[in-house]
Design a protein. Sequence first.
Length: 130
Amino acid sequence: MVIINPYSQYDHGKNWGQYNQLVHEINKIGIISTLIGSEKELNFFNSDVWDSKFINLIGQLEIKQLVDLISKSKIVICNEGGVQHICVQCHKMAIVIINKPTPWRVLRNENINLYKPSVKQVMNILNLFL
């Protein structure tokens, strides 16, 4: 299962504008992504611009359910933020998309941090773990 957290509720500058295209590319290899996010992130979600198949759990999970889902996933793709930190605690691989300069903190984890990547770059890394 590939989990994607496409939004950042507190800092919109962290939002990477290519998640729809990424989900479309993931569909091409036979995987349906699961989108996650908080209730506040529902405000950013517009299903009309998403032309791919996915499971939408944005705004539907309590924190315990979110942690359980992340624990069961193959990999998580997210912006730098809360979901990334949950992945660290769950010892779960995450591809973290960094869309703007961020003060760096060193975390012991397996995360792969990508600064303003192309969809192709994310897919190349994702394919290593599927």
